[in-house]
Design a protein. Structure first.
Length: 392
C-alpha cells in the first residue's frame, strides 16, 4: 500500500481522470514523484469498477483500491448486505477477509468482526477503508484465518469464509480445489462456532456441494440483475433435518425470495403442459440454479411448455413472478418461422433447442436489439417452436 496515493493532489488527479484512457495514463509520465503512472492507472481502473459494484466505497473520499483481481474476487455491496443478515451471535470471524467488503457489512449486524488476511498490503488497505466507512468494530489479523481459529480461545459465534477460487493462476470451483479447503477444515470450524457461512462459485452444483458438506441447514442462491453471483451455504453445528433452499433475486434495492425444500420439488408431478398462451415467463437465474422447475409452475399457477423447457405460460398476468415477463405476439412451429418470418432484428433466446443463439443468428441473418424477442424452444409433443414476444 503506497500511502502517497492518499495525498489530496493525487486523489484529485484520480477523480479528474476517471473517464480518461487508462492505457494512455499507464504509458504516460506520472505527474507525481512518489506515485507511478502504473499505480495511478490501477487506482482509476479499479475505482471505475467499484462505481456499480461498491457504490458506497466509490462515493466515499480517500478510499484506497486494491489490485484488479482483489476487486473481482470481492463481494458486491448488494450480496454482502444480504449475507450480513445470515450471521448469528455477537462475534464473527471472516477467515478470508480480502478487501473487506463482507467484513464491513457484517459489522453492521454483528458486535465484533475479526478480519483475517494473509496479504499484509491488502489487510492494511482494509484497515484504512474500514475507518472511512465507520466500521470501527472490526479487528484485523494479518495471517492465515485457519491458523487463527486453531490458536484462539475466544468464543466465536459465526465463521465466514470465501475460499480463493484462483490457485496458481488457474480458476477452480470444486470445494477441494479452493483455498482454504472447507472439506478438510469444516470440523474445526464447527468445533469453534455454532454457524459457518460458506460462499462458493455459482458454478458449483448443489447436489455435489451437499455430498461434500455436512449439517447444511440452508442454501441461498444469489443473483443480481439476473446474473447468478454466488451460492451461500449455511452450516449449523446442531442442525438435523432437510436443507431449505432460497432463490434470491436482487435488483437495485429490491429483493425477491423464493424458498422451498428439495423434497417438495422432488415429490411434485406436473400433469399438464401447455402451448404458449398470452403471457410468457422466463425465470430468474437464481430460480433455475436452485432447480425448482416444477414448483415455479405450482406456486405461480402457471404452466410449463415442456418437461425440459424451463419457460412458463398463462393467460393471466402474474406480476409477482421472479424473472422476466413477456406478452406473446405469436407462436408458430420452427418450420413455419423458417418459411414466413421477415423479422431481422430481435433479442434471440434459445432454450432447450438444438441450435445455439449464435447459430440461430447466423442461420437466419438475425441481429440483436430492439423491443422484439424471439424464443426458440421445444414445446408440446417435442415440437420445435418459435415464440415472438415483447417485454411486459
Amino acid at each position: 500500500m503506497n500511502k502517497a496515493i492518499l495525498q489530496k493532489e493525487v486523489q484529485q488527479y484520480i477523480n479528474d481522470h476517471l473517464n480518461d484512457d487508462i492505457i494512455a495514463i499507464l504509458l504516460g509520465k506520472s505527474p507525481f514523484n512518489n506515485v507511478s503512472s502504473k499505480e495511478i492507472a490501477e487506482q482509476i481502473d479499479v475505482k471505475k469498477r467499484a462505481e456499480k459494484k461498491l457504490p458506497r466505497w466509490f462515493s466515499t473520499p480517500n478510499i484506497y483500491y486494491p489490485a484488479k483481481l482483489s476487486m473481482e474476487q470481492a463481494s458486491s455491496e448488494a450480496t454482502a448486505a444480504y449475507k450480513s443478515q445470515l450471521a448469528h451471535g455477537a462475534k464473527l470471524i471472516d477467515i478470508t477477509g480480502g478487501y473487506g467488503v463482507d467484513s464491513v457489512h457484517f459489522s453492521t449486524t454483528i458486535k465484533q468482526v475479526i478480519h483475517c488476511e494473509k496479504d499484509t498490503s491488502l489487510s492494511e488497505i482494509a484497515v484504512h477503508n474500514s475507518s472511512l466507512l465507520n466500521a470501527d468494530n472490526i479487528h484485523f489479523f494479518i495471517g492465515d484465518g485457519v491458523d487463527y481459529l486453531l490458536s484462539t480461545k475466544e468464543t466465536i459465534d459465526t465463521v465466514y469464509l470465501d475460499p480463493s477460487r484462483r490457485v496458481k493462476t488457474n480458476k477452480v470451483f470444486m470445494l477441494k480445489d479452493c483455498e482454504p479447503d472447507i472439506t478438510k477444515n469444516l470440523n474445526l470450524m464447527l468445533a469453534k462456532a455454532n454457524r459457518v457461512i460458506l460462499k462458493t462459485s455459482p458454478l458449483l452444483d448443489l447436489q455435489s456441494g451437499l455430498q461434500q458438506l455436512q449439517q447444511v441447514s440452508e442454501i441461498h442462491v444469489l443473483s443480481v440483475k439476473n446474473d447468478c453471483k454466488e451460492i451461500l451455504w449455511i452450516i449449523d453445528r446442531a442442525f438435523i433435518g432437510e436443507v431449505r433452499i432460497f432463490s434470491v433475486a436482487i435488483n437495485n434495492t429490491e429483493q425477491q425470495i423464493f424458498s422451498f425444500d428439495r423434497s417438495e420439488e422432488k415429490a411434485l408431478t406436473l400433469e399438464n403442459y401447455s402451448e404458449p398462451l398470452q403471457i410468457l415467463y422466463e425465470p430468474d437465474v437464481a430460480l433455475l440454479k436452485a432447480g425448482c422447475f416444477k414448483l415455479i409452475a405450482k406456486r405461480y399457477g402457471i404452466q410449463k411448455l415442456h418437461i425440459n423447457t424451463h419457460l412458463y405460460t398463462s393467460n393471466e398476468l402474474k406480476k409477482e413472478f421472479i424473472g422476466r415477463i413477456f406478452r406473446v405476439i405469436s407462436s408458430m412451429s420452427y418450420k413455419i418461422f423458417i418459411k414466413n418470418s421477415h423479422l431481422k432484428k430481435a433479442n434471440i433466446i434459445a432454450r432447450n433447442f438444438p441450435l445455439s443463439t449464435a447459430e440461430l443468428k447466423k442461420k437466419h441473418g438475425l441481429s440483436d436489439g430492439g423491443d422484439d424477442y424471439l424464443f426458440f424452444t421445444t414445446g408440446l409433443d417435442n415440437k420445435l417452436i418459435t415464440i415472438h414476444a415483447k417485454r411486459v
